[in-house]
Ligand binder design. Sequence first.
Ligand code: ADP
Ligand code: MG
Length: 263
Amino acid sequence: MTNESILEVDGIRQEFGGLVALDNVSFNVRKGEIHGLIGPNGAGKSTLINVITGIYKPRQGKVSVSGTKLTGMRPDQVYAAGIARTFQNIRVWPELSLFDNVMIGAYRSSEIQPWNALLRKKKLRQRVAGMEKATLEALATFDLDKIADRPAGSLSYGQKKLLELARAVVASPTLLLLDEPAAGLNPVEVGNLQERIRSLVGGGTSVLVIEHNMKFVMGLCENISVLNFGRKIMTGTPSEVQNSPDVIEAYLGSTSFQNSKKS
Ligand code: ADP
Ligand code: MG
């Protein structure tokens, strides 16, 4: 991890009608870092990922990646800028094969969109071959390559979550945003997931991860930002966060604390 920021979130405000979902939220993710984002249910964590990825346009504030301003970009442009994500609720195409589910994620650069007639045939073939290779590698990273031809609908819940991860990493993102990747996984799968995420970071990807499973977050993240009612309470190391009276109070005041301890 260096001191160089990959992601800068600066003064974000997001409103839904009269509800202020994010209020002046700022923090940085450093290059090569695994950064946690925690907070009780409804704190604004998923909303923040939706702001970063261009799904919501914030009322105030700015998001940049490696100095490039993302605010105002469409989701596909944010993806092309090297930011990939997984969703809190699984989104895979059940009738498509694992291979096709991941191959879809490989279409990152607009240059290699299938409808681009300007590319010469040979060049296009080379690009597609490259994407197929990347797809198999991404599947292999999550032990899914041997069953690449199976329909995604036939996978277990835990495997579907891994499939989403494979799709998110196939285009070698510089920043990966994960919304509750460990939810619903058994302890063995959670440990396995930790290892995989660490190895992605070793390969040059930085990670921002939302997760309720405290053991997972505390064991994986170098720094953690804590949201409560749309405001950032603090950014700190796992031990600073665990010992912060403000953080403890935020969780004690919420029913999700018990759930987070259980999951
Ligand atoms: P978290 O992921 O931390 O549990 P969310 O970001 O999903 O929280 O939600 C933050 C707040 O914003 C909640 O009060 C939620 O009900 C509200 N909210 C989120 N998305 C929308 C939306 N599209 N329209 C209206 N309210 C929303
Ligand atoms: Mg959420």
